[in-house]
Ligand binder design. Sequence first.
Ligand SMILES: [Zn+2]
Length: 186
Amino acid sequence: MTGQGCLPVVFPPENDERLSSWIARLAPFYAMTVSEFVSALGLQGHDVFDLEWRISDGEEGLIAARTGLSREAVQAMTFRDLRSAARMMVARMNRYTCLLCPEEVHHKSAALPWKFRCPVHGLEFRDVTGAALSDRFGRDRFKTLEGCGVHSGRGQNDTLRVFAMSFHDIEDGIFVDAEIPCNPTI
Ligand SMILES: [Zn+2]
């Protein structure tokens, strides 16, 4: 288990699953704790929440080689497209839950305060008490929160999202959304 090579059994990550959730599902299969499993990936002493926040190319390569996942699939489970100042906005565990998602799968969206719906099922998230977000915020306020920004109606609040993303990403996103050609010399 500590040698090189690909692990014999690897569950594929769920859609929008975060790295900490995927590793927490794999570790018990090998009768290991999360930190033991992280060590077995060649990343001894690394914290799984640090890895999913800012994974380096080298760390990404180690996980890909050991699990057989593509580097893109590993990267997709991380928050590396968010800017540093936004880390406090990412919940360590689920901020919200979806009634239809398995309990052990933690989605990236469920950790972010600007996401209001499960990306897999489209259902409105529930808070820790089990209340739907539209009940917690009030239906009118929820509609306003959810409807903010260029992606209104897509289950997220862009005012918060824009704060969390780098200017470069937002700039690209706006150009793509508006179908305005981007002049790289500007
Ligand atoms: Zn769901």
